[in-house]
Write a protein that binds this ligand. Sequence first.
Ligand code: BGC
Length: 496
Amino acid sequence: MPASRRGSSSVTLPTGQTLALHTRTSEAEDLPHATKKKMADHLRKYEALFTLTPQRMRMIVEAFKESLELGLSKPGQVVPMIPTYVFGWPTGKEQGNYLAIDLGGTNLRVCLVTLQGEGKFEITQSKYRLTEEQKQEDGQQLFDFCAECLKAFIDSNIEGGDIEKGAILPLGFTFSYPCNQNRIDHGELIRWTKGFGAPNTEGHDVVTMFRKSLDKFKVSAEIVALTCDTTGTLIASHYVNPKTKIACIFGTGCNAAYMEHVGDIPKMAQLGIDADAEMAINCEWGAFDSFEHENLPRTKYDQIIDETSNKPGEQAFEKLISGRYLGEILRLIICELIDEGMLFLGQNTYKLEIPYSFDTAFLSLMESDPTDELLMIIGIFTHFFAVETTLAERQFFRALAKLVGRRAARLSACGIAAIVSKMGYLEEGCAVGADGSLYNKYPGFAERIHEGLQDVFGEKGRNIITYHAEDGSGIGAAIIAAMTKDRKLANRYPNL
Ligand code: BGC
């Protein structure tokens, strides 16, 4: 074993363990640190790798548009463009009590939503954190957990008087993973995303699975609609802001939904639905450029993330953009510089070497650090990774975070631009309801999307405005459940 690629020495103990030896003082400035010149050279290299020119963006938009069209024309395409069986926009008059359950990338959320009409509502909710183990355990077990949480939630609301004892409430099920649907209360999971891997679920109808769990735990709820966070966001945002035409999620995963004319969905032609009817499309755009990797500018860090993920080749667009991966991209760059002997010489960097240890929230903090000394960045590196940094290194890390965050936002702008251009929304303009931790918490993410839209469309890009959307997985799922009940009562495509 080499003495240490970190510049420290190490000894092998009789037990076989390796003990790293580091000589360090408490004064960061006394440690060997990267020179400013070296950092400037590296920064230029990363700038070249992570910067997207307007011309490159326009090329991506064109390819993106083609993928969207292809997904609408034939089943089983890379970007699946899933017809959701959500017919048109809500009227705003939807009323009643609905349950919503949202199996997200990070949390399980259960909600009781009272729709009051006129775009108004009330919501009561509980959140349960999902463990990494739960994401990998058998699918039916995962749905059992959802059913148990829902039961506990209903029971506590019966006690509190908000749910009538014995009532069987309609349930909107938000399941934000790509599913092929052939009616609104059905969805075969195409593939897990966002690090989930629960066996015995892909290729199965998740509604049937969840119904089985609801029966097992005798939960008084009837699944009326299966939806995903993005479709829910589209509908909930339009409920409160009718100018909304597109919805996006930029969170642990990323995706978009919009309203399409049924006549422009060739793969649905055989269903005989009125060509003038409208239907929400769940694009599942995180899959853009998967497998072939022909259009997106992937760096070697992106390739490592992909190859070491549980789903190599898949979700190519999402892996460059979403919150699950941005921290990891930065961590891989830092590790490369440690390996090259440029950073943290003489310090023990094992904590930084743990995959996914660098949370995307750290990037947000690094970019928003208001202090001259970049104290927040000192805190992140000392507290979470036990390494000391100089001011120049902290400035360098912040610049790197900016590059990674900016690329994500500009690529997001390309996706939005592809839908805008396909649907011809540029001239009249449109509002884009957006949600997710990245959009809501990452400083400047929305501004960078807007800047990107102007780089693609010129001045007219200003006509497309993103805004913080209404809660799609809770309110949106409830409105969709209400719309579905009303549609079926009116005998409009009752079997879909
Ligand atoms: C999923 C989508 C979801 C998005 C945002 C993606 O990984 O495939 O269904 O809408 O994440 O949560």
